[in-house]
Design a protein around this ligand. Sequence first.
Ligand SMILES: CC(C)(COP(=O)(O)OP(=O)(O)OC[C@H]1O[C@@H](n2cnc3c(N)ncnc32)[C@H](O)[C@@H]1OP(=O)(O)O)[C@@H](O)C(=O)NCCC(=O)NCCS
Length: 144
Amino acid sequence: MMQLREISDFHTVHTPELKERAQHSGRTTHTRHYIAQEDDVELAFVSIDCWPVDKPFFLYELFVARKQRNKGIGTRILQQIEKMSIEQGYRSIALTPKPIDNNHDNYTQRQIIRWYEKRGYRPNSEFVRQFDKQLFLEKPIEGA
Ligand SMILES: CC(C)(COP(=O)(O)OP(=O)(O)OC[C@H]1O[C@@H](n2cnc3c(N)ncnc32)[C@H](O)[C@@H]1OP(=O)(O)O)[C@@H](O)C(=O)NCCC(=O)NCCS
């Protein structure tokens, strides 16, 4: 089963490219870093900003290890992140789609946007470049 292991120190990450992300990814007081792993195999680095629950849960960085891509792992991690944010009381997830592995064969900005759109994320009407996904459908107005 896939797990999100929270890390406070990049030295606990063994896979070099994930360790490098963990080392260089920024942190605020609300940032949490995770390694997604399955059967002790490190699959991805995830950075999340957990602001108060009246704000969106912000997925700051999702980086799947290069040889693990295109196997459905990124999608499964996104599902797990959505589940985690619902459990913590958030109503939406926000992110800024942007390729962050520029030196390697990777998605373009457009492909990253398409990847998130296919998984239900839509441009935010207020914040430029931000996409989000509502985690709950609005309650229908009774009697309407
Ligand atoms: C963008 C990124 C997170 C996607 O992760 P991934 O694990 O490759 O994503 P997935 O495998 O779930 O999806 C990629 C494609 O593989 C396909 N795929 C191949 N085999 C699959 C399988 N066994 N199961 C499910 N999907 C599979 C999917 O259909 C998907 O194509 P689609 O978007 O047209 O549906 C990854 O490329 C990455 O980490 N890039 C570098 C970091 C980066 O730039 N991140 C940007 C966000 S901050």
